[in-house]
Design a protein around this ligand. Sequence first.
Ligand code: AMP
Ligand code: MG
Length: 377
Amino acid sequence: MSGLVLAQDVVAGENVPPFANTAVDGFAVHASDVAVVPVDLRVIGTLAAGDGTQWNVGAGEALRIMTGAPMPDGADAVVMVEDCGQPNAGTVTVNRSVVVGTAVRPIGDDVRAGEVVFSAGTLLGAAGAGVLSSINAREVLAYPRAKVALLSTGDELITDGSRLERGQIRESNLTMLEILISGAQCDVTNLGVIADDEALLERTLLHAASTHDAIVTSGGVSMGDFDVVKAVLSRIADMQWMQMAIKPAKPFAFGLLGGSGRSVPVFGLPGNPVSSMISFELLARPALRKMMGHTQDLLRPTIPAITDAPLRRKPDGKMHIMRVFGRFESDGRLHVRDTGPQGSHQLAATAAANGLALVPDGTGVDAGDRVDVLWLA
Ligand code: AMP
Ligand code: MG
């Protein structure tokens, strides 16, 4: 459930903790008995966590009590065992005064029965899941993970490990996108490489649209003669074909595919591996998150960073998205440098990056200057 967004308020049905209990191993006492120390108190018994025996601590008495055990009647504070002597002949010496309430965890001081513990729209994390367990909320309503179908196109792509013939390359986007899609908390079906065959692609897309909540395609959305994704989707879906003023990841397609009242979003990513990764990050991931109930933080955070080395580029009217590695230095700022060759096919340098520097049109950013970085880490 971690990573899901709640679709409904969660009202606590129980107090947490469900009873007043001790925060330490020690002795439950009357605080007034230990106002002047050292003082000897009579030890009337021992109470472990999980032991429901009801004890009553009278004046001049102490109950040996373990962290999490219920507070006995009468006692109003707990003295840590470290502040007491070794019990001897039914007596313990208390060496430190405590006030009423010391080391006592009151009933409901974490979660109060009847309160809205999480409101609709809350992103559940690990601690949130723990809180739901603590209040015995065994079922809550959350936005489901989007079921995403993923496919790649390109007759040049080899996936089966066979020897490359001239003109062939190894497919490298599917595993990468599968990881990015599941990292966005979606369930992903990897349909593999679909040959550049319009009829096959059409059948595959229509089936994916009837069985999934979204479709991500890689390749075939630009201006080439064999851009079959473009040919097929133009015919069967309501698409927008975009040329974005960014580099890499200029071509991008978005549209709706379906019919009979249900249509699913299609994200047409370019095939160049770096472009594929960047357009997923910038355009598909925020939309998928929105589908799953996220309202904030749709995009990765943008952090103003310092470049430790120049980020050079040529003016071309586009925003360049450079792969950088950054770390927070002792000055409290994020310092970045590029991770190597920045071509849209050069995925190796992207593998070393934990950020995307947004370098505006111009000649680049000098060492020591500021640049905004989309933080992927
Ligand atoms: P396309 O977007 O189909 O025009 O492809 C652009 C470039 O990316 C071409 O050089 C393709 O060979 C390459 N390419 C497309 N899809 C993939 C993929 N899944 N893995 C690796 N390279 C790809
Ligand atoms: Mg292609």
